[in-house]
Design a protein around this ligand. Structure first.
Ligand code: CAA
Ligand code: NAD
Length: 284
């Protein structure tokens, strides 16, 4: 079963058509936000029952958004809902659902084998230039990507629940994800009015910036300040004294209170955070 809009063509490489696999909690939210922001979206699931459930999730959420955005304007609410739906088509056939996509976002069950099977199949039928992205919460992107031959066009695109509400999206690069792919995904996320951050590990391992971590924790976990902002707010000299004290005390697991070079270096240079004008961040 399918509902179609005509395919669009473009003069440049910008993503226009997105296929979202999985119409559950996350998939439906991603479809909604993409369609609300002008992308043509195909929502794909295994059968019509799942598709209908996805449509219900979108309907309920869209109504809330429309009411919030246009409080006392019923016509504007209706227009937002209708224009969003005009950008959405559905398909229960994964081959047809993938055909015209410039970007495929996978939001199906959290199982490596199932995700690999899907991407292996999609690799054969999707446009050669199409970018593949997984919304996995926990699986290594490189393990999922292995099932395809487009390692340079494969990345993680980790939305947060509830998608229409949460402003954060993590873009997870593997060693093989190209800069071009990263830039395209960054562009898509900006158009969806979300804030992209590169996947977080430790700043000290050089895999994420201080800004990435602070943005992620504020927009993704609802913290009023990011952890580095909070350190600056508390005072880095004070923090160092606390951690050094705990380490000497020996009562807390040593790995939790190991000295942090970045903290020690800042304190040594007289950068104590907000009170001294510079810490992890600068304050004028
Ligand atoms: N679409 C869908 N659901 C919506 C929505 C929308 N547009 N707007 C609100 N909701 C949902 C909320 O989840 C909540 O659900 P219930 O009805 O079941 O209680 C309810 O509607 C409350 O909405 P309110 O408008 O009253 O609340 P709010 O707008 O002030 O805040 C919230 C809602 C932003 C979700 C807030 O509660 C919050 O930030 N919660 C924390 C969410 C969070 O931490 N998400 C990350 C989860 S981890 C993850 O996603 C990663 C992973 O891989 C597992
Ligand atoms: P869900 O169970 O609500 O939805 C999954 C959907 O995928 C179902 O409708 C199912 O029928 C469909 N599906 C399964 N196999 C399929 C296939 N081969 N083709 C098309 N559709 C298929 O799950 P969810 O909560 O939306 O999670 C989806 C993904 O997003 C998971 O990888 C999860 O880890 C990740 N994620 C979840 C959350 C969360 O808070 N729930 C947050 C971020 C990321």
């Amino acid at each position: 079963l399918s509902h179609n809009f005509s395919s669009t063509t473009s003069n440049n490489n910008a993503v226009q058509n997105i296929a979202v696999f999985g119409s559950g909690l996350m998939g439906a939210g991603i479809v909604q936000v993409a369609a609300q922001n002008g992308f043509k979206v195909t929502m794909v699931d295994l059968n019509q029952e799942f598709i209908d459930r996805g449509k219900e999730i979108i309907n309920a959420s869209l109504k809330r958004v429309a009411k919030k955005q246009h409080k006392d304007d019923a016509a504007a609410q209706k227009s937002l809902i209708e224009s969003t739906w005009s950008n959405i088509e559905t398909n229960t056939d994964s081959v047809k659902g993938a055909e015209k996509a410039d970007l495929i976002i996978e939001a199906i069950v959290e199982n490596l084998q199932t995700k690999q099977n899907l991407f292996q199949q999609l690799d054969k039928v999707a446009k050669p230039d199409a970018i593949f992205a997984s919304n996995t919460s926990s699986l290594p992107i490189s393990d999922i990507a292995k099932a395809t031959r487009r390692l340079d066009k494969f990345a993680g695109l980790h939305f947060f629940n509830p998608v229409p509400q949460m402003k954060l999206v993590e873009i997870i690069k593997t060693n093989q994800t190209s800069e071009e792919t990263y830039n395209s995904l960054n562009d898509v996320i900006m158009k969806m009015k979300k804030s992209p951050v590169i996947s977080i590990r430790l700043v000290e391992r050089g895999e994420a910036s201080i800004k990435d971590v602070d943005t992620a924790m504020k927009l993704g976990a609802g913290m009023p300040m990011g952890p580095f902002e909070l350190c600056d707010f508390v005072g880095l000299d004070t923090l160092k004294s606390i951690v050094d004290g705990w380490r000497k005390d020996g009562k807390i697991d040593a790995s939790l209170v190991a000295s942090a070079k970045s903290l020690d270096n800042l304190v040594e240079s007289g950068h104590f955070g907000k009170k001294s004008g510079k810490g992890f961040h600068s304050y004028s």
